[in-house]
Design a protein around this ligand. Structure first.
Ligand code: GTQ
Ligand code: FE2
Length: 369
């Protein structure tokens, strides 16, 4: 996308006009009237297949954590700044705090006994916890405990604040659709009460007590909801689902995504679809020594290593990754994962947007495209 003034130049190429003083005059006329002809832009605007501006990139969790800890010493959390959150800025996106053109990914950090104030916004959000515990996120008045492996939802326009009730700092991953909402001009924001009044620490949220029982929904709550009503998907459930898939494989039954690769998607129990209107979230487990097929798809994703170590290949580039490391996967870049040890990965993507628009596409190497 062009953000600086366009300077049109005549080029001597097939399908292009012959350079001449008159042509230069014509192009200056376009500029004066804020017009851009297609013939000078066609290659960039309408490529034969996606050529995303975003780069494939890896951020190291240990580096993020060091800087988050330092921020914890220097930067207060309160009204105004709202959150001590530090976003991944994709090197292809001009310094914007965007992991991909649609997705925000940030490390958020709270010191012992700190509160992050209550607000709400149209952006959809989730938290994923790679390590630690002791923070409760309060969503529309319902306190939700955050622990390692848990995936927690803050759907758009719900009031939410966080409080650390422990004696240790806690860091976690935030995922939001901030870039998508920003570029489409659909952001609304509202402050809540200045003080977090409820510092209670229930082991389970009200939302979980109502909704988080496998295959069972409360009869009092009919009808679909656009976002999942499950406030927290607990690690014990996710871990059991992954382990069972791999065990089925050992027993010779179907269920795994591909050999040695178990995968589950967090879903909205009222629809069976994605947890949020704009974001998909999944957990993957690869047996030690196995690799995935090479796959690319329309839309962008961010992966975080939850446990283990492995290799991420994106196009021509390759990275060794460890616990907590974050990987930005731009649209249509071929991705291959290899597990050095057993490898658990969290993944989120903007796929629901493309599915809704019927613009989704997947290509797996070796299969008919
Ligand atoms: O925790 O409410 O990383 O509003 C970015 C925006 C976290 C939050 C972010 C937010 C939040
Ligand atoms: Fe927020």
């Amino acid at each position: 996308m062009t953000t600086s003034p366009v300077i049109l130049r005549a080029v001597d190429a097939p399908g292009h006009p012959t350079p001449s003083p008159e042509l230069e005059q014509l192009y200056r006329g376009f500029e004066r009237e804020l017009l851009v002809p297609l013939w000078t832009e066609i290659g960039d605007l309408m490529p034969t297949s996606p050529r995303p501006a975003a780069d494939a990139h890896v951020w190291r969790w240990q580096r993020l954590l060091e800087l988050a800890r330092e921020s914890g010493k220097l930067v207060p959390v309160g009204r105004g700044g709202e959150r001590r959150a530090i976003a991944l800025a994709n090197p292809g996106l001009g310094g914007a705090p965007y992991a991909t053109p649609t997705l925000w990914a940030a490390i958020q950090y709270l010191n012992p006994r700190e509160d992050a104030p209550v607000h709400r916004h149209t952006q959809h959000a989730f938290r994923f916890v790679v390590e630690g515990e002791g923070v409760w996120t309060v969503v529309d008045g319902d306190p939700v405990a955050m622990r390692r492996g848990d995936f927690l939802l803050t759907p758009g326009w719900r009031f939410h604040g966080h409080h650390n009730q422990s004696d240790t700092p806690m860091a976690w991953l935030d995922g939001l659709d901030i870039p998508f909402v920003h570029t489409t001009g659909s952001a609304f924001f509202e402050l809540g009460p200045d003080v977090v009044s409820d510092h209670s620490t229930p082991a389970r949220s009200r939302a979980e007590r109502l909704w988080a029982h496998p295959g069972l929904r409360p009869v009092s709550q009919p009808g679909p909801t656009v976002s999942s009503p499950i406030a927290a998907y607990r690690w014990e459930h996710t871990a059991a689902a992954l382990a069972d898939q791999l065990e089925l494989e050992v027993d010779g039954f179907p269920g795994v995504l591909e050999p040695g690769h178990a995968a589950v998607r967090f879903s909205n129990p009222t629809t069976g679809g994605d947890v949020l209107p704009t974001m998909r979230a999944e957990m993957h487990r690869l047996r030690a020594g196995t690799g995935t097929a090479t796959r690319r798809e329309v839309g962008s994703a961010v992966w975080q290593v939850f446990d283990g170590a492995g290799v991420v290949r994106l196009g021509e580039r390759e990275w060794q990754v460890d616990r907590g490391d974050l990987v930005a996967v731009p649209s249509w870049v071929p991705l291959t994962l290899t597990a050095r040890t057993e490898l658990d990965l969290f993944r989120f993507s903007d796929t629901p947007i493309f599915e809704r628009l019927h613009a989704d596409r997947v290509q797996i190497e070796g299969e008919p495209g």
